[in-house]
Design a binder for this molecule. Structure first.
Ligand code: ZN
Length: 372
């Protein structure tokens, strides 16, 4: 049976373990031990070596103890965004938050906590289950790097669950975005800003002329675009010769993304040409979108679990990329579950105990009612 105190204690313990992206080693060791203690075969893959982190993905396998020999995977990510050097969680009534000096890291340790409780209940109550592949990934927050390096093809997986979305438990993500990002570079020409500015081409002025024509920010209900960083220039007395911008576009519609990206790049190209500057970019698709139908087995099985728990079941979409994008792109139907985490990626992040418990309950009901 689910043990509420155990879930809370485990969550409080895990959020105190600092695990920024590519530095998840302590969390990886903690989870390796936890999975070993629960009787899983555990190994660490080589994602850390591939992506330049201090550990790999932690992968646990629990062999089927039933007639059902399908393999399903359940996954959350180990890394958190910064600041997360030292985390001091506080419980206030039904809410777990921090002292305001760091993120909580409930994104995504709330997911991890639910998975570990599921495994404890399976063991204690001897629940029948199919083959279970547990994946705790690295570096999700900086581009889904762990999932991208994980060789899921090796496991003959039928479908999977990711626990990694904001929103009330019972909400499930059936549609995820396509994203493209990279750098835009404009090269003008340096000149003495006081002596002979007319001989220079100011890269920033060129960029500005292009930027006013761009469609960016909230472009439509399913499409956004952003310039998030600009670097360039030498000094106030030098006409800025060159600059680089970090740009991204994302959309639930692949077609809209492609059109907007082309339009954006065409504007930069045209303006640079007019102004005698040189334009180049490194923008490419980094995440591929997906859409799951209501008749997918994974959707139906989670729906049934939510109904059993009287949680409103809502199929929705998200503008955020998650590890689910990676596996869905590999044709493994993967449902991302909302787990109640709130104000994520800020020091005001919090989660309610009620939601922490609901997440574990959903997984337990999912396994209990698991049919072919
Ligand atoms: Zn997350």
């Amino acid at each position: 049976m689910l043990d509420q105190k155990r879930v809370i204690d485990n969550f409080m313990e895990m959020v105190k373990i600092s695990s920024p992206s590519k530095k998840e080693r302590k969390m990886a060791d903690y989870l390796t031990k936890a999975l070993n203690d629960l009787g899983l075969e555990v190994h660490e893959d080589n994602a850390g070596k591939i992506q330049g982190g201090n550990c790999g993905n932690i992968v646990g396998f629990l062999k089927s103890n039933s007639k059902n020999k399908k393999t399903i995977f359940i996954s959350s990510h180990m890394d958190t965004v910064v600041p997360c050097e030292a985390i001091f969680p506080i419980i206030e009534n039904d809410i777990i938050k921090t002292d305001g000096t760091s993120v909580l890291g409930g994104d995504d340790k709330a997911g991890v906590a639910a998975i570990l409780e599921l495994l404890r209940v399976i063991k204690e109550d001897k629940l029948e289950h199919p083959n279970l592949l547990i994946i705790f990934t690295i570096a999700e927050e900086i581009g889904l790097l762990g999932a991208k390096a994980f060789e899921i093809e090796k496991y003959n997986v039928s479908y999977g669950l990711i626990l990694d979305c904001i929103g009330e438990p019972g909400n499930v993500i059936v549609k995820g975005p396509t994203c493209a990002s990279g750098k835009i570079k404009i090269t003008g020409k340096a000149a003495h800003a006081g002596g002979e500015p007319e001989k220079g081409i100011n890269a920033l002025f060129v960029a500005a002329k292009a930027i006013v024509s761009l469609r960016a920010g909230r472009v439509d209900f399913e499409t956004t675009a952003n310039i998030g960083k600009i670097t360039g220039g030498e000094a106030s007395n030098i006409v800025m010769p060159e600059l680089e911008m970090s740009y991204e576009v994302r959309s639930l519609s692949k077609e809209k993304l492609e059109n907007l990206l082309k339009e954006t790049l065409d504007i930069f190209e045209k303006v640079c040409k007019e102004e005698g500057a040189h334009f180049s970019h490194t923008i490419k698709k980094t995440v591929f979108g997906y859409e799951l139908g209501s008749d997918e087995e994974v959707v139906k099985n989670i729906k049934r679990a939510c109904e059993k728990l009287s949680l409103p079941f809502v199929q929705t979409s998200t503008p955020g990329a998650s590890d689910a994008n990676v596996y869905n792109t590999k044709n493994i139907p993967t449902l991302n579950l909302a787990i109640g985490m709130s104000k994520v990626h800020t020091v005001e992040e919090f989660i309610s105990i009620k939601d922490l418990i609901s997440n574990a309950n959903i997984l337990i009901e999912f396994i209990k009612g698991y049919k072919e």
